[in-house]
Design a protein around this ligand. Structure first.
Ligand code: ATP
Ligand code: MG
Length: 146
C-alpha cells in the first residue's frame, strides 16, 4: 500500500455524500467534480483528469465495499509538496479491511487498470488512510495543475 502524505488543503472545495451505493452515483460524483473544477477556472486538462480520477476511485469504492454503504467524495485545492497548485480528490468508503493495491499493468486483462491510470495522472501522489474507530477509509489522489 502507498503511504504518501496527503498534500495540504488550501481551500474548502466540495463535499458530496452518496449513501445509496448506486452505480449512477459515480456519474453524479463525476459531474459535481467537473462542475466545481470548471467553475474554479482550472484548465480543461486538469478538469478532465479530475473527472477520470474521481470516476476510478468512486467505482472502486462501490465495487470493493460489500453491501450498499455508499461512498462520499471530497474535491479541494491543495498545495503539492513541490509548492505547485493541485486538486485533491478524496473518496471515503466504509471498508477498513481492504486497501487499494495497484496492479501490474496488463493491457490484455479486462480490469486492474484504474489505479495505474490514477498513479500516472497524479505522478504517484495518491494514497489511502484508515479512519479511527473503524469508520472506514479514504483514498485520495492529487492532480497537478501545471
Ligand atoms: N476502495 C477500495 N477498497 C478496497 N480495495 C480496493 C479499493 N480500491 C481498489 N482496491 C483494490 O485494488 C485493486 C486494484 O484496483 P484498480 O482500480 O487498479 O483495478 P480494478 O478496480 O480491479 O479494475 P479497473 O479499475 O480496471 O476496472 C482492486 O481490484 C481492489 O482489490
Ligand atoms: Mg478500479
Amino acid at each position: 500500500m502507498i503511504t504518501m502524505e496527503k498534500p495540504k488543503k488550501i481551500a474548502p472545495g466540495i463535499f458530496r455524500p452518496y449513501p445509496g451505493g448506486a452505480l449512477t452515483d459515480v456519474r453524479r460524483a463525476r459531474a459535481a467534480a467537473e462542475d466545481w473544477a470548471g467553475g474554479e477556472g482550472y484548465p480543461s486538462g486538469v478538469v478532465d483528469s479530475v473527472a477520470l480520477v474521481i470516476t476510478e476511485l468512486c467505482t472502486n469504492a462501490l465495487r470493493c465495499v460489500a453491501g450498499a454503504a455508499g461512498f462520499a467524495a471530497l474535491v479541494y485545492p491543495v498545495e503539492l509538496p513541490s509548492g505547485a497548485a493541485g486538486v485533491c480528490v478524496e473518496i471515503w468508503d466504509a471498508d477498513p479491511e481492504h486497501m487499494p493495491e495497484q496492479q501490474e499493468p496488463d493491457f490484455a486483462a479486462e480490469s486492474g487498470r484504474g489505479l495505474f491510470i490514477v498513479n500516472n495522472l497524479t505522478g504517484g501522489l495518491w494514497g489511502a488512510q484508515l479512519l479511527a474507530y473503524n469508520k472506514g477509509k479514504t483514498v485520495w489522489a492529487a492532480i497537478p495543475c501545471t
